[in-house]
Every structure is written in C-alpha cells, then in structure tokens.
Design a protein. Structure first.
Length: 99
C-alpha cells in the first residue's frame, strides 16, 4: 500500500475517533476541551506533515507556512483552554476578567 494511502487512512481514523468520543463516550465538561485540543493537535500535525512531504514548494515558503500554522495553532490552543481571549480589536489579551 502506498504511503499516501496509509496517511489518509490514519487521518480518517483520527476523525472517526473524534466522532466516537463526542457521540458515544460521556466525558465531563472539564475534560472535553482537553480531548478536543489533543485531537486537533494530532490532525494539524498530520496535515502539516502531509503538506511538507507531498506538496512541492520552495523552502522559504514552506518555512513561512510552518511558522504561520504553528502560531495559529498555539493561539487556538490558548483560546480553547481559556488562557487568553480576544478583545474587541481582536488583539490577544491575557487577562481573565470579563469584557
């Protein structure tokens, strides 16, 4: 079996596990965001690896793409875990007070 097919099967398995976890396994309200973050990190990692491996592009563009994806993922993880929030201007704010 070609490596690309194995990668797609792995990605489909991750999505299927996400579906099963949310539909059939009861989780506490505190644990669900953590499970979401872990699964999103796995999916983003697989997609970034696939793009780096199978999409031909210049090294500088690939480096910029990797930096943007990692920064966006870090911001998303921080927001999902409640460590920072967006203000009205869309700038990240580390405070935990109300708006």
């Amino acid at each position: 079996m070609p490596p690309m097919a194995l990668n797609l099967i792995a990605l489909i398995a991750v999505f299927a596990s996400l579906r099963v976890i949310h539909a059939y396994i009861p989780l506490s309200a505190r644990l669900k965001p953590v499970v979401n973050v872990v699964l999103v990190l796995i999916v983003v990692g697989i997609l970034l690896w696939l793009s780096n491996t199978y999409i031909p592009m210049a090294g500088s563009i690939k480096a910029i793409l990797n930096i943007v994806v990692v920064l966006a993922t870090c911001v998303g993880v921080l927001q999902a875990l409640g460590c920072c929030r967006k203000t009205r201007l869309g700038v990240l704010d580390g405070s935990t007070e109300g708006p």
